[in-house]
Design a binder for this molecule. Structure first.
Ligand code: GCB
Length: 594
């Protein structure tokens, strides 16, 4: 039987793990599941241990630098030790973990960082899961258990995002809040810089000063300002526009923020700023006062071998494919994505519905609500300055017909609005018109699989059923509505005409029937977007309804187009009034990511 607590009891973190038992090499960032040939590692549930020896320069100490350890994410629950001492812990698999390690380091000598992570999901975690214990000794070995969860993607685990150690001066920039507005042809940037002090040296925080320099996207000086809070107005500003809404999408200024202490030591941070406004009412979403129609897809962080580990080449490939499609948006279904992905979205002008990890939630008690609110606050804290983020999604397909859901979602949505009053808040629904979360939302997003999970094979009913249902959603709530998932599975290379389930033809025809419904709904004036499920095939647990994973991708898992991708490309470019070209881009590269 697995002894889950052994590592803690035996204090594995007190020395390199290799001294406590056998270790294997592991890639960071990556999920650990698909890296080796070991089935037990692939299917592991419980604690996994990582460690790493590293040096930091002694000059960091003499220069009195503050040193910070930052993990982009680790899934799900992590405990971090430095040099044998507990440093910090974090619950939740998709948001950063940071700790000040200045006084815990040994300078010029070897340091040891140890991370214990546990992927177990329970009714108290977000997302939730259940550990099913099998107690029948005639059918299962002693202590046998399995993890189940209420979503279909693989619960990949590991240190999924880059780990950095960085330094700042003792007086440092703690946070920057940017909001933007438009005043005629002028752009307005409001900033609020907060600073901290390590207290290592003499604290003279009263004498801290802030100054700002605004640079355009070529690095040329636009204007300067003094003070930790303020407003900058730029005449004839270049606005942040989505892809295919402007010749120059994703335009960003750089606000060079400087905080200086009494001795003139500077902490500098180049904060990207995209100037844009968002608006929403009972029928419409707007960006820079122009109506928006979202053409996009649901995605996953998912790839062969690395699972949910950040992969720079894959990120660039996916954005290239999104632009090839003519998409202007995607949803970070069903958890916050890596900051490297969000950076690309800002830069390329791809709009994001930024979703929390609350997928398939049920049992809406107060403890869960408080945790959910904290997750939303952490998410807003991380992504608040991103022009690409146009909406927060508090979750996907909750069991929100349970009575407690009404107040639960009212409070989670209200807390999200308090954390960020500048963006609309949604939750992705699937239960039908009796859903109790709907009344709290600014925009209603619904997932619908007509002629796939119901009326399978009857493509002819899609238009009628979709138009009927989405008209009712608007009628009932008087809010903008959009379809956040629709689609069918297809096995690439499997063809059947007339269309038959799992063929490329079935997937393509199902989409075309949906388009007819979307066009009719669009003409009614309150239908604000369509997102296909899914961008690419992705990994799921083994099961008889998922042949080698979820195959609803319009691209294969290795990012090759199915027939569906070509169909969608034709539609999205048409919707954007764009001419389809296959023109060769000039061979000039800018290195994005790190
Ligand atoms: C859904 C879920 C998504 C699934 C999809 C499906 O409604 O939101 O996570 O992958 O259906 O393919 O069943």
């Amino acid at each position: 039987m697995l002894d889950a607590e052994k590592g803690f009891r035996e204090e594995w973190y007190a020395q390199p793990l290799s001294k406590s038992g056998p270790v294997i090499s592991m890639a960071v960032p990556s999920s650990y599941n698909d890296i080796t040939q070991d089935k037990d590692l692939r299917d592991h549930i419980g604690w996994a241990w990582y460690d790493r020896l590293f040096y930091v320069p002694s000059r960091w100490q003499t220069d009195k630098q503050r040193v910070v350890l930052r993990l982009g994410s680790a899934h799900y629950n992590s405990i971090i030790y430095l040099n044998g001492h507990s440093l910090t812990s974090h619950e939740g698999g998709h948001l950063p973990i940071m700790a000040d390690i200045t006084t815990k380091l040994v300078y010029g000598k070897e340091n040891l960082v140890t991370v214990a992570i546990n992927n177990t999901l329970t009714p108290e975690t977000i997302p939730q899961g259940t550990i099913v214990k099998h107690n029948d000794p005639s059918r299962y070995p002693p202590g046998y258990f399995a993890q189940s969860y209420n979503f279909d993607f693989t619960n990949y685990a590991g240190i999924h995002r880059p780990v950095y150690i960085y330094t700042t001066p003792q007086t440092f920039i703690d946070d920057i809040l940017i909001t933007t507005d438009i005043n005629g042809a002028n752009g307005v940037i409001t900033y609020n810089v907060t600073h901290g002090n390590t207290m290592i040296g003499p604290s003279r925080s009263g004498e801290v000063g802030c100054s700002m320099k605004l640079l355009d996207n070529e690095g040329d000086h636009v204007t300067s300002a003094m003070g930790c809070q303020g407003t900058i107005e730029i005449s004839n500003a270049s606005l942040w526009w989505p892809y295919l809404m402007s010749e120059n999408p994703g335009y960003m200024y750089t606000l060079l923020v400087a905080v200086s202490d009494a001795d003139g030591n500077l902490d500098l941070y180049p904060q990207k700023v995209g100037i844009r406004t968002l608006g929403w009412n009972s029928t419409t979403l707007t960006i820079n006062n122009k109506p928006l129609y979202l053409r996009g897809c649901g995605k996953h962080e998912d790839a062969d071998i690395r699972g949910k580990g950040v992969d720079y080449a894959l990120i660039v490939k996916d954005f290239s494919l999104l632009k090839w499609l003519g998409a202007n948006s995607f949803r970070t279904s069903h958890y916050p994505y890596a900051e490297e992905i969000m950076d690309m979205a800002d830069k390329e002008g791809i709009m994001i519905i930024d979703e929390s990890p609350a997928v398939g939630l049920s049992g809406f008690d107060e403890a869960l609500m408080n945790k959910h609110i904290s997750v939303m606050q952490e998410l807003v804290q991380r992504d608040k300055n991103r022009p690409s983020v146009i909406m927060w999604s508090v979750g996907n397909e909750p069991k929100s017909n349970e009575a407690a859901a009404l107040n639960y979602f009212r409070d989670v949505v209200a807390a999200t609005h308090t954390a960020d009053p500048t963006r609309p808040v949604t939750c992705v629904l699937n239960l039908g018109l009796l859903d109790l979360a709907a009344s709290s939302l600014d925009v209603i997003l619904v997932n619908r699989y007509y002629s796939w999970y119901g009326d399978t094979g009857h493509l002819e009913v899609i238009k009628m059923q979709t138009v009927t249902e989405f008209s009712e959603w608007h009628l009932l709530h008087n809010k903008p509505v959009m379809i956040s998932e629709y689609g069918a599975g297809s096995l690439p290379g499997y063809h059947m005409d007339p269309a038959w389930t799992w063929s490329e033809e079935y997937q393509a025809e199902l989409m075309i029937r949906n388009f007819e419904a979307f066009d009719e709904l669009r003409s009614k004036g309150y239908f604000v977007g369509e997102m296909i499920w899914n961008f690419a095939d992705f990994s799921t647990p083994q099961g008889h309804t998922r042949p080698g994973g979820n195959r609803k991708g319009i691209f294969t898992r290795s990012r090759q187009p199915k027939m569906a991708a070509h169909v969608l490309r034709y539609r999205y470019h048409n919707l954007a009034n764009d001419t389809l070209t296959n023109s060769q881009a000039p061979l000039c590269f800018t290195s994005v990511l790190h």
